[in-house]
Design a protein. Structure first.
Length: 188
């Protein structure tokens, strides 16, 4: 029991230490010169942890929406801060295969090429997203700002899938699933 508390304590300390690095990285990647942060999605009604199965179902719902309604309508829906694709910490993100962000809860990222963005541990997040999507779908563990916790950097596990030969969709969770799944593991 004490080891579990100690590990959570270290996670909080590590998150606090990397917060400045994440903020600087995101600001530099986005060409931000300050200002206010984009509004974060509303907290989920239940506050329950999001499972990996929930993430896959959410991404599959977004892919189906894109296939039914077309890319332009889908991106508008994914970028709607009050829409069905932004719920608490769970939101759809989209990138083209060159690394340009097409949809995100943080609207300051949309339209920016983030192919060289790295998390505080040096992981090339968007490059890895593209590599996973080009091979179909899969999971990636990384550190990202959690909109449900005042954008504090936290461990995240993201599920990424190819929509077609030009773009990808993904979503993720910061909960217990993110703590238990190391690295990237493409799905067959």
């Amino acid at each position: 029991m004490m080891a579990g508390r100690r590990n959570r304590g270290w996670l909080v300390i590590a998150a606090a230490l990397v917060g400045v690095v994440v903020a600087a990285t995101l600001a530099g990647a986005c060409g931000s010169s300050g200002g206010t942060a984009a509004p974060s999605p509303s907290a989920s009604a239940t506050g329950a942890a999001v499972s990996k199965d929930d993430v896959v179902a959410f991404v599959n719902k977004a892919v189906a929406y894109a296939e039914k309604n077309g890319k332009e309508a889908a991106l508008a829906a994914f970028n709607d801060p009050h829409g069905e694709f932004q719920v608490g910490e769970l939101y759809i993100f989209a990138y083209d295969f060159s690394g340009k962000n097409l949809a995100h809860y943080d609207q300051s990222l949309v339209g920016k090429n983030l192919i060289d963005l790295k998390d505080p541990n040096g992981k090339p997040i968007i490059r890895d997203f593209v590599d996973i999507a080009k091979n179909g779908s899969g999971w990636l563990s990384y550190v990202w700002a959690n909109p449900a916790h005042d954008n504090r950097p936290e461990a995240k596990i993201g599920y990424i899938t190819r929509v077609d030969d030009d773009w990808l969709l993904g979503a993720g969770t910061y909960g217990p699933a993110a703590q238990q799944t190391p690295g990237a593991s493409p799905s067959p």
